[in-house]
Design a protein around this ligand. Sequence first.
Ligand code: F6P
Length: 547
Amino acid sequence: MGLLEQPAFLALQKMKARERALSLSGRFAGDANRFSAFCVPFGQQMQIDFSRQHWSSEVKAQLCALARDMDVNSAINGLFADNQFNHTEGRAVLHTALRMPAGESVTFQGSNVVPLVHKVLARVKAFCQQVHSGKWLGFSGKTIRDVVNIGIGGSDLGPAMVTEALACYQKQGIRAHFVSNMDGAQLAQVLNKVDAERTLFIVSSKTFTTDETMTNAHAAREWLLAACGDEAQISKHFVAVSTNAKAVQAFGIDAAQMFEFWDWVGGRFSLWSAIGLPIALTLGFARFEQLLAGAHAMDMHLRDTPFEQNIPVLMALLSVWNINVLGLNSEGVFPYCQDLKRFPAFLQQLNMESNGKGVNNQGEKVSYNTGPVIFGEVGTNGQHAFFQLLHQGSQAVPGDFIGFARSSYDYPVHHRKLLANMLAQAEAMAFGKSYAQVAAELTAEGKTEAEVAKLAPYKVMEGNRPSTTILCDELTPYNLGALIAMYEHKTFVQGVLWNINSFDQWGVELGKKLAATLIDDLADETETTAHDSATNGLIALVKEWKS
Ligand code: F6P
C-alpha cells in the first residue's frame, strides 16, 4: 500500500482543514505547556523544539501511526544489518557500521565489517601520528603544513564542512584546503597559498573516476613534479582514499598509501570513513573519534527510541506532513553559527541527492512530492538576504533554526546578540504582527488615519510560518557528529515513507555523459551541428569569443 492509500495518511488528510484553521498564536494561547509537550531531548546537551510546527498531539499521533503502518521500524533495523536498500546499484547501506565501537558487530555477507572499519581507522590514526610528529617528510625533508583534499560531492562536502565547523579545535599546525570544482580557479587559488615542499594532497574519490577529481589530481601532480623535479619523490606528497585500488595504482599512488572504504558506504554518507582523513589530520584523531561517537549515539537514539520521542523519525514525519499534506515543498536551514556556513550545502547533497527521486522502489512513477528544495545560510546573514520572503512572501517555508548556548569564541556580546536574533526570527515567523499592532504603532508615530490605512497592509506580518529550533549547548565534535547523523537519518526515514531509493543518484549521470562529448565539440574548430539549436548556438559563441 502506497503512502497516499495508508489509512493513517487518509486520516491526516481529513485533519488538514481543521489544523490549517488553527494559528500558531492560537495553539500557544490554548496550551501553556506546548513548548514542553513538543520539545524532544537528545541527551543532556540538545533539545529539538517542534512546538512551532503546524501540528497538534492528534497529528503527531497519526504521523507516528503512519510510521508504524509503513514499517519504519523494520527499515531502521535494516540499517544496522545486511540490507539491499540500494537495490538499483546492488549495494547495501551500512554507513552506521563506520561509527560502531570496536567489539560491536554488523554482519555483511556473512562476516562482521566492524573489525575492517577499525583496521582502517587504526591506519588513519597511525598516519596522523606520522604527520603530526613530523616523521612524514616532503621531498626536501620538511614537515607537512598544508593538506589539500581533492574530491567532490560526498568526497568534499562532508570533510570540508566538518573541518570548517570545528575550526576552533585545530591544534595540529596543519591547514586544510579543499579543491572540488572543475574550474581551475579553485586549484590555482589553493596552489598559490601553499608551499610544494610542505603540502600533502589527499585524492578522495569513492570511484576514482570522477572527472573533476581526476582532472584536479593530475594538475596537482604536474605542479608538484615541477617543484620537486623527480617522479620518485611524488609519493611523499600524495595519498588516496577510495574503494577502487586499481585506479588508485594506475594514477601512481601505491596501495600502501591508499585508505580503503567500501561500496556499502554511499558517497554522501562517507565522511565517517577514511574520507574523513582531512578532519583527523587537522583536528587530531581523538576529535575525529569524538565525532564518530556523537554519530553513533544518534544511531542508537534512532534504533532504540519510540517514534514519539525519536528525533530523526519526527523530522521525517514532519516533512511528510508539511510537504504531502500541507503542500509546503521547501525547507530552510539556518545555523546561527558562522563555523557551520557549509552546513546548508552539505545538507543539500545529503537530502536532495538522496530524495530527489520520482520513481518508487517498484519502478513506478510516484504520485506525490518527494524531496524538498533545501536552501539556507548562516544567521544573521540570511536575515539580510532572503528572510523577507520567509516573513511576508506568498508561500510559507518551514525552516530549522540551529543555535548553540555557548560560543567557542570569546565574544560574549556578539553571541548574546546572535542568539537573540535566532530567537527573534523564529518568534516573528510564528506569531507575526497583526493589523491592530501595526495600526497602533503607526498612530503612536503620529500618522493620520488615512496614512495608517495606506501603510498598514505592507507592514502586517501574518505569522503562522512553521519552524523547528535545534538548541545545543556547544558545537563540539561529539555534538556535530550527532547533528549530522540526525539529518542523515531524517533523510533515510523520509525515503522509507516515500518508498524511494535514497541511496542511488542516476539523475547526475546524463549530464556527465553529455559533458564528455561536449568537451570534444568545444575543442573541435569546425562548426558544431550535432546538438539542439540552443547548444549548437552557444558552442558557436564560445568558439567565436574564446580567442
Ligand atoms: O554527484 C554524484 C556523485 O556520485 C556523488 O554521489 C558523490 O559523492 C560524488 O559524485 C563524488 O564521487 P566520487 O567519490 O566517486 O568521486
